[in-house]
Design a protein around this ligand. Sequence first.
Ligand code: SF4
Length: 710
Amino acid sequence: NLSPIPLAIRTACPYCGVGCGVLATPVGDGAVIIAGDDAHPANRGRLCVKGSALGDTLSLDGRLLHPSVREDGALRQVSWDAALDKIAGGFRDIIAEHGPDAVALYVSGQLLTEDYYVANKLMKGYIGSANIDTNSRLCMSSAVAGHKRAFGEDLVPGCYDDFEQADMVVLVGSNTAWCHPILFQRISAIKEARPEFKVVVIDPRRTATCELADLHLPVKPGTDVWLFNGLLSYLARNGKVDAGFVAAHTSGFDGALDVAEHDCADPLAVAKACRVEPEALLDFYRSFAATTKVVTAFSQGVNQSSAGTDKVNAIINCHLLTGRIGKPGMGPFSLTGQPNAMGGREVGGLSNMLAAHMDLDNPLHRETVQGFWQAPRIADKPGLKAVDLFRDIEAGKVKAVWIVATNPLVSLPDANQVQRALEKCELVVVSDIVAGTDTNAFADVLLPALGWGEKDGTVTNSERCISRQRAFLPAPGEARADWKALCQVAQRMGFDGFDFDGPHQIFDEHARLSAYRNTPAAAPRAFSIGGLRGLTARQYDELEPVQWPVSPGGAGTARLFADGGFAHRDGRARFIATATRAPVHMPDAEYPLVLNTGRVRDQWHTMTRTGKAARLSGHVSESFIDMHPQDALKFGVREGELARVSSQWGAMVARVQHGGGIARGGVFIPIHWNGQTASDARVGTVVNPAVDPISGEPEFKHTPVTIERF
Ligand code: SF4
C-alpha cells in the first residue's frame, strides 16, 4: 500500500535574471516542496532565499480569480466572453476613430516569451502600431541600446562560466549579492578557491556585495562615463591596445579615444570628478590593464540613468580596445534584472524593436516580419517608450491601454503622473494574478492571469539560456494564460494568425521566424533559434536549457564574437564616443540630497508574491530611508522615526535608518513597497521622470530630494 512518490517538475525561478532551475514537487493540499535543480547550468542545484521560499508564495489569498468589468464606477464579475468582447470592441472603436496609435499595450519582463510574442504580433503586425512597451524598459533598455550600437544587435557576448574562468570581475552598479544572489555565490566560490581572483565593486553605496571586494570604488552617482573614459585613456596610454583586434574587427576607435581624452586623460581629474581616492582609482586601472581575463558585469546602477546607454558603451569600449570579448573568462556582461527581460527582447517586446531582433526602421526587416506573419500591416515607426506612453495617455493621445503583469502605479517614475494618466484613459485593461494592486484600482476591465507554477512557456536568462517554466498546479478560479487572452481578443477583432492550441505552437512560430530569410543575402542577423523549429508538444515540454543562438542541430552557443565577427553589416564592432555629461536634475538648495533606489535582498518588485512569505518579510519588514547619520543630524530626522522624502514630483513616507553604506549627500529607498500600506510608501511618486535620450530608460538612481520629520 505504498503511496506513489510525488514527481518533481523541472521549472525555472520567476524572479531575477540569473534564471535558476527549480524542482517543484506538489505534495497535496496545495503544498509544494521546492529545491534547486542540479542539472540546470545557471545554479547547479543552488537557490537563494527568494527561490527557496517559492513554495510559501503559492496560496490563493488575494488572487484575482474572475474577470470583471467596471459598471457605474464599480468592478463587477462578468464572464470571460463579456470581458473579451468589451476589450475587443473598445480597441476596435478607438482604432476606427483615432487610428492604431491611440491604443497601446504595456507588458512585463515577468511574462513568458510566448505571451510576449503574441502581444507583439497583435500590436505591430495586426493593429499596426508599435505602441507596445514593457517594464523591461525600466531595467535593461540601456544595455539593449548599448549592445545594438556596439555590436549591431542586442547580443550578450559571454556566459556565466566566464566568471569562473576570469582572473578579475568588475561589478558596476550592481548589488549582485542581493539582486543576483546565485551568481554572487558562484563568484564567492571562485574567490574562496582562488584568493588571488580579484573582485572590484563600483557603486556609490557600500553594499553587501562589497564584502567580497578587494577594491570598492564609491563613485559619485552619475559619474561612470568619467571612470570608464578614464580607463580607456589609461589603457591606450599604457600600451594595452590590441592593435590587431582593433584594426581587424572594430571601427571608431580614434574618435572614441579623442572624446575620452578630452576630460578624462588625467586620472587625478577623473578621481576628482568621480569623488574617489586617486590611489584607489589607479589601483583599478592598473589591475584592469594587467589582467587579461576580466569580466565587467553591469546592472541597474549603469542602465537606470539619463546617460545609461553611454555608460554601457564606455564599458564595452574598454573591452574592445583590449580585444577582451568573446573569449573564455572575459567580456562585458549585462546582468538582466527580470526573469524574462531577455525573452521579451527576442520577440520584440520593446516599442523600438521588431520580433526576432529585427529593426522597425529597416524596410527589409519589416517586409520579412510582415511576410512571415502574413499580417495585414506592419508598424513602420517606433512606438512610445514607457514614460512617454503614460504621458501621451494623460495628454489624451492614447485612449486605451492594456497593462499585463506589471504595476506601473508603483514601478514607474513620477507615479502620480501615471495615476493621472489612468484616471483619464478611456479604457484601461489590466491582466494580473492578484486583486488589490494600486494599478488594478484604475482598471475598466480586470482579467485573472495564471501565475508561476500554473503556466507553461519559456524564459531566457542573462546568459541567453532559454529554460522552460512548467505548470504543476491547476489554474485557480477562471484564470487564463496571458497568451490565450491576447489571442482571444485578436480573434474577436477579426485577425487571423492567433489560433494557437498551446504555447508550443507559439514557440515554434517564434523559432521559425528567427530563421526566416536569415541569410547573408536576405535579412541577416545573429539571433536565431532556428534549431528549435518543429518541436512537437512533447519535445517542447522536454526542452533542456539551451543558450541561443541555436544551430540547426539543436546546439546552443556559449559565447558570441569568438571569431571577431560582429552583427553590423561590415562585421565590425563600433567604438562609441561617449562624452561626459551630468544627470539631468542636479541637487540644489531646495532639494539638496540625491535619491537612489533599488532592491532589498528578500523582496521582489511590488511584493505581490514575496510579500506572502513570512520568512522573506523577516529580513526587512517595511520600507525605509537609508541615509548617512550626519545628514540625518543636519536635516533633523532620527533613526527609527518616520520622515517624509520629497522631490519636485512627489513625496513618500518611511522610517529613517543608517548602516546601508550610503555616502553623505545621498539617500537610498527600496522600490518594493506600494500604496496599499498605511502611508503611501511608493518611492515611484518621488522619482524624477528624466530618461536616457537613446534607450528611454528612466533615471531611477539620481533624483534631487529633501527630507523632513513626518
Ligand atoms: Fe531565483 Fe535569482 Fe535567486 Fe536564482 S538567484 S533562485 S533566479 S531569485
